[in-house]
Structures are given as C-alpha cells and as structure tokens.
Design a protein around this ligand. Structure first.
Ligand code: BES
Ligand code: MN
Ligand code: ZN
Length: 508
C-alpha cells in the first residue's frame, strides 16, 4: 500500500524522486497554477522559465496532461512532473474532483518511482483531501496473477506520496489525510476483489475474505452456507446458485459503535461470475462478468472503512454471493422460486439473476429495521444504455433519500444520476403462475429492476438502489485515478453517506 505523509516544506526541502506541480491552460499555453510555494520555488529553480520550458515540449495545461522535465539542481527532486488542471476556474478555487483526477494522473505516470512530493494547489482541507485521495487511488496496480510477467513489467505503483501542504500541522488536515489513506486502501480492496478471476473467487472464498477482515478489524461476520440458506428459505439466492459447482453464501458483516444512534444497512450484489445461466450470455457479453460482484465488494469495503475510521454509526453489510452458471441442476426459464419473503417469482430469464439474490438479502436486511438502507448492484445493462459507463443510477421510493444519496455521490466525486420508478412498468412483470416475474419489458429495464427490488423492501424503509453496471468495471484506457478493470465504484459515496448519517444528516 502506498504511504502518505503531509509536509509543510517547500520544494528545496522536499527531497523526493519527483516533484509534481499543477499547470493551468492559459489560452493555448501552460501557466503555473498559482498559490503553491513549492511550485513557485520550482519555477525559481528553472530561472522563472518553467512554464516556457513546458510550452517548449508541447504542454498546454489541459486536464490529465502529463509532462516530465529533468529538474535543475536545487529542486530537491531530479524529476519535475507537470499535470494539467485545465482552465483556471473563475472562482479561483479548483473543484476537488479536478484535483483528485490530476493527482491520480500524476501518480499513474509515476509508476516505477519510489517517492513523489505533490505541490498541487491545496488551499483548504477539501482540496488537500482530494489531492491525497487522487494520488493514492492512482497508485494502484493488480499483479497478483502475473507470475513470471511480473518481472518484465516491474514498474510497481508509486510507493510513497508526500503532499506539500501549508496546513500540514493542522489536526483537521491530518484527519483528512488519515481518511484518504483508509479510503484508498478500501477502494483498493474492492478493486482487488473485482479483478480477482472468478476461478479464484467463489462465493465461499468471498465469504472467507469477509471473515478474515472481520477478525482483523473487530467486526462481526456471520455466514449462511447452502444448508443454512435452505433452512432459512432463501429461494432467490439458492435458485441462482444451484447451477454452479460452487455453492452460494449470504454474509452479514457488521460494525457497531457504542456511540452510534443510527444504523445504515448496505446490501451488495455478489455474483462472482454471471454467465447468464440457462439464458446464456453470448460471446462479447460474458468476458468481464467477473465484475458482477462489484456491489458486494463496495459494501464489504465500506463496512471495513467505517470500522477503521471508528465512525459513530452502525453499519451492517449484506453480501449476496452466488455464481450464475448453466448446468443440469440450474434454474430454468419457467421455474418458480419462493423467495425469503414468501413471495413467488417466475424466472423468465435466468440472466436477470441479480434481483433474485438481492430480493432475498433486502428482505433479510429489513428485518433489522435499519434507519437507512442502500443496495448496490451491477444490475442491468439497460443502465449503461441510459447513463453510459461512468455514471451510476440512483433509484428509490423515498425521493428525498434518493436525492440525498445522489448529492452525497456528487460530493464524493462520483458521477450519479437520480432516476424514477414508474409504477406502470410493474404491469409487464405480472406472471400467470407466480406473484411476479423476474423480467418486464425491454424499455426502462433499469427502472423495472428497481421496481422489482422494491417488492422486497419493507414499506416505509428509507431505501435507495444504486445500479453501478456502468462504472463498476473500466475497459478502456486508464484516466485520472481510474485504472483499467475494477474501479471500486460506490465506495466513496457509501463511506461519505455513513459519515453524514453519523453527523445526523438523516434526522436534520
Ligand atoms: N450482470 C448483468 C448486468 C450487467 C451488464 C452488468 C453489463 C455489467 C455490465 C445482469 O445480471 C444482467 O444480465 N441483466 C440483464 C437483465 C435482463 C435479462 C432483464 C441485462 O441487463 O441484460
Ligand atoms: Mn445476469
Ligand atoms: Zn448479473
């Protein structure tokens, strides 16, 4: 794990392998982002010609742009890395997400480097937090399954981050740095789980990971295996898992704090591999389906983060774990399952499996009457058609709570958008043989999935549903602090939500 230190020092004192400065786009040319003494000292070491030197090698100051220059003597670091911040905002203050992305891009460009000092404009605590988060989130790599190739590309992630911050001695800044470290470590935990190939992460392996984290961080973990699930009547989870050689699990992972007055329940979709089942996915749609446990990974990480930060709120995580496979024992299109709630579901399409495992877990979570309930799932391809690959949808029957979760995501620097749950879409999920069918019409597929889940949420529950099918797994080139593969989507939102509930934001 990359380490983080805050230092008030200027460039000359900041001995490191690289110094990172920000540049803005000033017309067509780069200009040094103002307001950082270490960046100004760097400019002085370049004889006041740093921006000109950057322009000479083609820098313009655009967002995510990285330019490297050998540093002159007197800088404390042999390498200068200039990262573009785009145009200077009219307010003069950079949005935290801009800083987070820039720091992440710089950290990625510094893979293979031991230690970098960041001299980006950190005017206040939020800016500092963003730079620290971005740098740590960008310093990520997944090499667990590389074997011999690891030696070929041995450029490990940036190992040490120092953020140069005038407020480094301030307790609030130190707390923000500590939070950034925990946050980045827990986003990395989620990314690692998502990136782990499905033959190495069966439901029982995921449950075992939760149990060992529980021991490490003083949480309570309870695991229902296939026998306990059968005894309990969890027909949704069992129905999805029965085609697989590796049986399903339901994990309850809880963090409690004696000073807490509220409980947040989180439910995560944990399909360790989604082949579609008998309604098999075609080639082209199944290669990345190890990512279908991203919701459970986000929930797991958030519970651990809340514990590590000792938040004064109880957080209960529910991980609905199963592998969706076709076989002679698999659920068929046409089968009827009896869910944990007692409702019956006609399975028309075995590829709509997420809502089946989530339905059971949601009903179970509601039995404990949490003050708020959020579920997270890579639930529908339709959500990616609606919102693209970087934005998750937020649905919920309680519009005020839905909007609070959406606003929390914006504050955390995650893209999200609130969506409706039009009741008429329930019509298409009517079944001639059961209480409800697991698929409706093609149109509004992400919304009807939300309506299906709502059937398993107790009336009056403050509930929101996050469909992270788009942002959970990044197939393109890395950008900002986002790597290829698992992104850890929703962890930052859920952690901030837990903090807001701890602060009494729910009750006002
Ligand atoms: N896991 C998929 C959704 C998904 C798609 C996640 C793409 C990430 C990227 C889900 O289980 C699924 O297959 N949903 C179906 C539902 C349909 C059968 C109603 C879908 O979206 O096609
Ligand atoms: Mn599916
Ligand atoms: Zn799925």
């Amino acid at each position: 794990m990359t380490s983080l230190t805050l230092k008030p020092s200027t460039a000359a004192e900041a001995a490191a392998d690289a110094l990172v400065v920000g540049v803005v786009k000033d017309g067509g040319a780069p200009a040094l982002a103002p307001g950082h003494p270490a960046a100004e000292a760097a400019d002085a070491a370049f004889g006041g010609r740093l921006a000109a030197a950057l322009a000479t090698v083609g820098a313009r100051g655009g967002e995510d742009e990285i330019t490297k220059l050998p540093a002159p003597d007197g800088l404390g670091a042999p390498l200068l890395v200039a990262v573009g911040l785009g145009a200077t905002p009219s307010s003069g203050t950079f949005e935290p997400e801009k800083l987070r992305r820039a720091a992440g891009a710089a950290a990625r460009a510094l893979a293979g480097t031991e230690h970098a000092a960041f001299a980006l404009p950190v005017g206040d605590r939020d800016a500092l937090a963003a730079v620290a988060e971005g740098a740590l989130l960008g310093a990520y790599s997944f090499t667990l399954f590389r074997g011999e190739r690891a030696e070929d590309d041995s450029r490990g992630p940036l190992a040490r981050v120092t953020v140069l911050d005038a407020g480094a001695e301030d307790a609030a800044h130190q707390a923000a740095a500590r939070r950034a470290e925990v946050l980045a470590a827990e986003v990395a935990r989620a990314r690692d789980l998502i990136n782990t190939p499905p033959n190495a992460l069966a439901p029982a392996d995921f449950a075992a990971a939760a149990q060992s984290a529980a021991e490490e961080f003083g949480l309570k973990a309870e695991v229902l295996d296939e026998r306990a699930l059968a005894d309990g009547g969890y027909g949704g989870i069992l129905g999805v898992g029965r085609g697989s050689a590796t049986p399903p699990r339901l994990v309850r992972l809880s963090y409690t704090n004696a000073a807490a007055s509220a409980t947040l329940a989180l439910v995560g979709k944990g399909i360790t591999y989604d082949s579609g089942g008998i309604s098999l996915k075609p080639v082209g749609a199944n290669e990345t389906m190890k990512c279908d446990m991203s919701g459970a990974a986000a929930v797991f990480s958030t519970v651990v983060a809340a514990a590590r930060l000792e938040l004064p709120v109880n957080v209960t995580g529910w991980l609905a774990l199963a592998e969706n496979m076709p076989s002679g024992s698999a659920t068929r299109p046409g089968d009827v399952l009896t869910m944990y709630s007692g409702k019956t579901v006609e399975v028309r399409n075995t590829d709509a499996e997420g809502r089946l495992v989530m339905g059971d877990a949601l009903t179970r979570a509601c039995e404990e009457s949490p003050d708020a309930l959020v579920d997270v799932a890579t639930l529908t391809g339709a959500m990616t058609i609606a919102l693209g690959n970087r934005t998750f949808g937020v649905l919920g029957a309680d519009e005020a709570f839905r909007d609070l979760v959406h606003e929390t995501a914006q504050r955390a620097g995650e893209l999200s958008w609130p969506l409706p749950m039009p009741e008429e879409l329930l019509e298409a999920m009517k079944s001639p043989v059961a209480d409800i069918a697991n698929v409706g019409g093609r149109k509004g597929g992400g919304l009807s999935a939300g309506l299906f889940l709502k059937e398993f949420v107790a009336d009056g529950t403050r509930w929101a549903h996050l469909d992270i099918a788009g942002p959970a797994f990044h197939e393109g080139a890395p950008y900002g602090y986002t790597p290829k593969g698992g992104t850890g989507s929703a962890v930052r939102t859920l952690l901030l939500l837990a903090e807001r509930i701890a602060d009494g934001d729910l009750t006002g």
